[in-house]
Design a protein around this ligand. Structure first.
Ligand SMILES: O=C(O)CCC(=O)C(=O)O
Ligand SMILES: [Fe+2]
Length: 337
């Protein structure tokens, strides 16, 4: 159960960067993670074992979404097939703002830089293991791939700490790593007009998967729900990423950990907020064929779980057919992990 917290706890990961890690320190860190996931479900992680800075991350966003970034024409070449029926990519790539919905964000998504063996998709409309697509800039691609690799490594370390906190061997979640479908998502919420300040730009949701690591810019607006039904602001803490667990991991833990509701409201606008908001969630995901077992014995195939989660997404709708019959409507929802 989520508790009546009034701010998110901060956990230092400095011990993960040390050449030789003290066993007692790792046990303490594992207990700390267990505590936050059993109470708030959310925390800030600081002293990160990452080689790039917060500025580097948002520099990447600017390279894609900024005024000198990727042109609309090039973005549409990278758009998923739902948005551009002639394109090959179904699962990775660009998604444009959804006109007509209250959720005007655009995003660019990639999976692992490694080639994944193809897997029989639970739904023929999506190829979960398809290769990434990128704009022409090689340096943009390299930076995105580095970010993905480092966040995957960090997630791997967190998973072994979480395994220990459950009284299991540190390798307990190792089967999640084979052909992992983890997704790195660059997000841009365009600035909202003054009349819409404080309105929701990302509707309340829990993340559906295992573990999320979120880089957010300093715009603010992220809020997390506590047990008293109060929305607690989670502003940017310098040098941090926000970590939270998803519905599936809450289930894996037999309900010990909590997947907490969160949302984003448009921040009060000031002169330097012409860019809108950028955030970069990394969703740690097992492989499509991974059997995710809960402590209470339930099992789900991860690929099946993903496709079920997507049933509310715009990609899931038969847009091409609807377009052909002139019926294209407002999507039910945009992607939320
Ligand atoms: O943009 C944010 O800060 C949060 C995004 C988020 O919660 C999500 O994509 O699941
Ligand atoms: Fe989320």
């Amino acid at each position: 159960m989520s508790t009546s917290f009034s701010s998110l706890p901060i956990i230092s990961l400095s011990s993960l960067s040390k050449a030789s890690c003290d066993e007692a320190e790792l046990l303490r860190l594992s207990a700390e993670l267990d505590h936050v996931f059993s109470t708030t479900g959310f925390a800030y992680l600081t002293d990160l074992p990452l080689t790039y800075t917060h500025e580097d991350v948002f520099g990447i966003c600017d390279e894609f979404f900024g005024p000198n970034g990727v042109s609309t024409e090039e973005k549409m070449k990278l758009a998923k097939r739902t948005f551009v029926p002639g394109n090959k990519n179904t699962y990775r790539g660009y998604f444009p703002p959804q006109q007509g919905s209250d959720n005007l964000k655009e995003g660019f998504e990639l999976g692992t830089p490694s080639t994944l063996p193809s897997s029989s998709s639970p739904n023929p409309k999506f190829n979960l293991t398809e290769p990434n697509v990128f704009p022409s800039s090689q340096s943009f691609r390299t930076k995105c791939e580095t970010l993905h690799t480092e966040l995957q490594n960090l997630s791997t370390k967190l998973l072994s700490l979480l395994a220990v906190s459950l009284g299991k061997p540190s390798t307990f979640f190792e089967n999640y790593l084979t052909n992992s479908l983890s997704t790195l998502r660059l997000l841009h919420y365009p600035p909202v007009p003054a009349s819409r300040q404080q309105e929701l730009i990302c509707t309340p949701h829990t993340d559906s998967g295992i573990l999320t690591l979120l880089h957010q810019d300093s715009t603010g607006g992220l809020e997390v729900l506590n047990s008293k039904n109060e929305w607690i602001p989670a502003p940017y803490v310098p040098g941090s990423v926000v970590v939270n667990i998803g519905d599936l991991m809450a289930k894996v833990s037999g309900g010990r950990w909590v997947a907490t509701l969160h949302r984003v409201r448009a921040a009060k606008r000031n002169a330097d907020q012409v860019k809108g908001r950028h955030s970069v969630p990394f969703f740690f995901e097992p492989g499509a064929e991974c059997v995710v077992r809960s402590l209470d014995g339930e099992e789900v195939i991860y690929g099946k779980h993903v496709v079920e989660k997507m049933s509310g997404w715009v990609e899931f709708q038969d847009v091409i057919e609807e377009e052909e019959s002139g019926l294209r409507g407002v999507p039910k929802a945009v992607e939320v992990y």
